[in-house]
Write a protein that binds this ligand. Structure first.
Ligand code: FRU
Length: 598
């Protein structure tokens, strides 16, 4: 019977899908295989996606050649959302849905015969990304689709270029490409077309880009040279260049430029090392970082490895960066090696550790062996890397604001993941040790204006509350200083009308954020948690600047000497702060609630 229905469907298969928006012509070739083309000249094929459907393989054929391959979770029994495939003249999508004749649950066994995507696939001249509740308003997030690590960032002629690990064909990981955005102020981002899609060498994994001022690579003075991991069954390093300021890239014909037999071999970060007059590539290889050098950006020689016996090794090391940072209050600078690790973070899953030391163009030497330092003490700060070529020696980092433990199932729909606020880095010293100070860039602090201003009060056991003006919605900044006075645990919460609450607690030596009752938490057992940062200061007065943006809370303590970045999914905007002391008294000074003037 199943076969008969299928054959009947096949007879009527041509021009099966026609909507007001445009016509997709579908030819069913048999179970699990069909060809979709556009009748007319519509710009897009809108692919219906269901996040928990299995992946269908789609080959784009043009003039008899495969020009692109993608895996799309075509909707089996409900459409979660649509993603656009941008059609070139002559494109045909050869679609292979997973089909197992012995499995009655396979796509073909749904009532509609082949999964409901067939009914819903549409051709259209427009695609409008949808807004949604948890979309950030002043953090970068893709308009639709999945994002993870920031990639390839550089500054040139007044513009900050940002690329990112992107799936243009679904809001879960896959089809790794470099999405692209630009900004002149690190706050307002313009979405640009995808910069690089996967190719025959592999998917485009994380990497970096430099401005080749001296034309070392021969692509022209000031060409942008990008490095990325080509990920196939094995991982290799590839390069591409751009002579139009990173808008379009030409992949190097002799890719890959660096290979290895190591399974985890990825995320090239390239920097210019002035002292040795060499380009240095840092690579994450298993649980160590390897350094390679080059003078022409194409031929790379192995220099050294760092990592054995240092830092945390609870997971693979990923996304390295090597930066030279000024030490506050001195004329000195030190080298800092970033090492993102997953899993193995202090609160489970992914996190960013770093090492302070020296780099001589060949070898990284750590200052204090055996000590692990974390850049951020929240649960949602990963793949942090910096922009290259930023003027005034500014070192600006940005992180992916999620955690591999649950990034693919957070309760957003059309997009998944945003980036952290961009942060300016320096080093400070405490107890004979150097630590990263990570403060929000001045471009964001410059656009804060107080709506509640300079409140000052004492807090004891009895709760004291301060309303957050409704006009601020769910995107605002709170700045305050707490004089710890006699309190053993100064505590305050953000609360909303639905009873969701995030609790912040300051003790003599730590600052904690408790999101266990922050709203939607049940999508993952790993989400509800308390994260806590050590406070590297003995001062009684601790300043806090807290950025709330729909689904994230970033706390910058002591001007960035400790930072906690956490996602939250409250049912409604937080509209009240409640202060209470668990023991003793504390003072709140300079409490302002600030609008972010976008
Ligand atoms: C880190 C990472 C990288 C890799 C990329 C793939 O989050 O696993 O190591 O290049 O994501 O998307």
């Amino acid at each position: 019977m199943k076969r008969i229905i299928f054959s009947l469907l096949a007879i009527f298969a041509v021009a099966l899908v026609a909507t007001a928006a445009g016509k997709c012509v579908m030819r069913l070739l048999g179970e699990g295989h069909s060809i979709v083309t556009v009748e007319g000249d519509n710009k897009y094929i809108l692919l219906p996606v269901q996040d928990n459907s299995p992946e269908s393989r789609i080959s784009v054929i043009n003039d008899n050649n495969i020009v692109y391959r993608m895996n799309v979770r075509l909707a089996k029994d409900k459409v979660d959302y649509f993603v656009p495939y941008s059609v070139n003249k002559g494109d045909a999508l050869h679609i292979h849905v997973p089909y197992d004749p012995n499995n009655t649950q396979s796509l073909h066994d749904t009532n509609s015969g082949d999964g409901i995507w067939m009914k819903h696939i549409t051709c259209s001249d427009s695609f409008t990304p949808q807004g949604e509740k948890y979309r950030p308003s002043y953090h970068f997030a893709p308009t639709y689709g999945w994002m993870n690590d920031p990639n390839g960032m550089f500054w040139k002629d007044g513009v900050y270029y940002l690329y990112y690990q992107y799936n243009p064909f679904g809001a879960v990981w896959g089809n790794m490409s470099w999405g692209h955005a630009t900004s002149t102020d690190l706050v307002h981002w313009k979405h640009e077309p995808v910069a690089m899609l996967g190719d025959g060498v592999g998917a485009i994994f994380s990497g970096s880009a430099v401005v080749d001022k001296e034309n070392c690579a021969g692509f022209g003075k000031d060409a942008i040279v990008a490095f990325y991991t080509s990920a196939d069954e094995r991982q290799t390093q590839s390069m591409a260049h751009s002579t139009d300021n990173g808008m379009s890239f030409v992949k190097y014909p002799a890719n890959p430029i660096l290979t290895s037999q190591a399974r985890d071999f990825r995320d090239p970060k390239v920097i210019w090392h002035a002292a040795s007059q060499k380009w240095i590539m840092c690579l994450a290889v298993g649980q160590e970082m390897q350094f390679f050098s080059s003078t022409n950006l194409k031929d790379w020689s192995y220099e050294s490895s760092f990592g054995a016996g240092e830092g945390c090794h609870g997971g693979v090391w990923e996304c390295p960066d090597l930066v030279n940072l000024p030490v506050e209050g001195t004329d000195e600078s030190k080298w800092v090696l970033f090492c993102n690790i997953n899993p193995g973070g202090p609160f489970g899953g992914s996190a960013t550790q770093y090492f302070v030391g020296d780099f001589d163009g060949s070898k990284f030497t750590i200052d204090t062996p055996g000590k692990t330092k974390w850049m951020d003490y929240g649960k949602d700060h990963y793949a942090a890397v910096t922009w290259s070529n930023v003027p005034d020696s500014r070192c600006i980092a940005i992180a992916w604001m999620s955690n591999w433990q649950y990034a693919g199932i957070v309760p957003t729909k059309y997009f998944r993941s945003a980036n952290s606020l961009p942060r300016e880095l320096s080093l400070y010293s405490f107890d004979g040790e150097l630590y990263i100070k990570s403060a929000p860039v001045k471009e964001i602090t410059d656009i804060l204006s107080p709506v509640v201003k300079n409140r000052r009060f004492s807090v004891s056991k009895a709760a004291k509350s301060v309303a957050i003006p409704a006009s601020l919605g769910s995107a605002f900044n709170i700045s305050l200083s707490i004089d710890r006075a006699s309190s053993e645990a100064a505590s305050f919460s953000l609360v909303n009308n639905d009873g969701d609450t995030v609790i912040f607690t300051l003790t003599a030596d730590s600052f904690a954020v408790d999101r266990t009752k922050s709203g939607k938490c049940d999508f993952s057992d790993e989400f509800a948690c308390v994260t806590s940062a050590p406070i590297n200061s003995t001062a009684k007065m601790v300043s806090l600047s807290i950025y709330v943006d729909n689904s994230s809370i970033e706390v910058f303590g002591d001007n960035g000497r400790f930072v906690l970045t956490n996602l939250v999914f409250p049912q409604s905007p937080f509209n009240k702060m409640v202060f209470a002391s668990q023991k003793g008294k504390f003072k709140v000074v300079n409490l302002s609630i600030n609008k972010i003037n976008l």
